[in-house]
Design a protein around this ligand. Sequence first.
Ligand SMILES: *Cc1c(COP(=O)(O)O)cnc(C)c1O
Length: 244
Amino acid sequence: MSVELKPGASGLRARVEEVRRRVEASAARAGRDPREVRLVAVSKTHPSALVREAIAAGLSDFGENRVQEAEEKIVELKREAPAVRWHLVGHLQANKARRAARLFDLIHSVDSPSLVERLERVCEEDGSEGLDVLLQIDLAGEATKSGAGEEEMPALVESLKGCARVRCRGLMTLPPFFDDAELARPYFRRLRVLRDELRARGLFGDGAGALSMGMSHDFETAIEEGATLVRVGTAIFGARTSAA
Ligand SMILES: *Cc1c(COP(=O)(O)O)cnc(C)c1O
């Protein structure tokens, strides 16, 4: 059965409002200015039409987790909405580094010195002035996940020192999934401590150092712990039909 939706009939606008309200409430609980928190709507698996609706509802930042899948969507929507910012939140393979550097405004998933070097090289070859990235840190030591372990951070920091174009803007983490978001809190707290240490060492230049943490089920806890970027998919777009 096919159902024709009227504009807004997907309920998206109401869900965006609700997420915004929750972002503000959690910022208020932590005594933070809600404008310090950027809502990245994770649009992976969803069609351009739905992203268009989200742009109409006032969203300006979108997250994708696969370069291949995102490319067509981004190229198409960039023509209509050039100010929209695109975030790569999924693992980046070295052989897609060039395309990712061209497509995305912020890559959240940099997790190895070789990827840092690769990105620097493709930016140089492309004559690109700069590329903003976050270091993805795997705080739970989950072998199946992407992200650098804490013990790998010194090598990552070292590799960034050799970069003229790749600019590290902060840290990202994806804690293990817990039904109770409270259990994710120590991971968010730890990422913030690591960010503070790197900031003191000047890794983020003049910037304060972003913290990309929190998804649909735990973004409120993440905001209480200092998140400046929350990556929210399901709570905005509804359930994804395909696995991603
Ligand atoms: C899919 C994804 C999200 C969004 O997840 P939801 O639970 O749908 O909010 C956030 N971050 C990353 C890295 C993702 O892959």
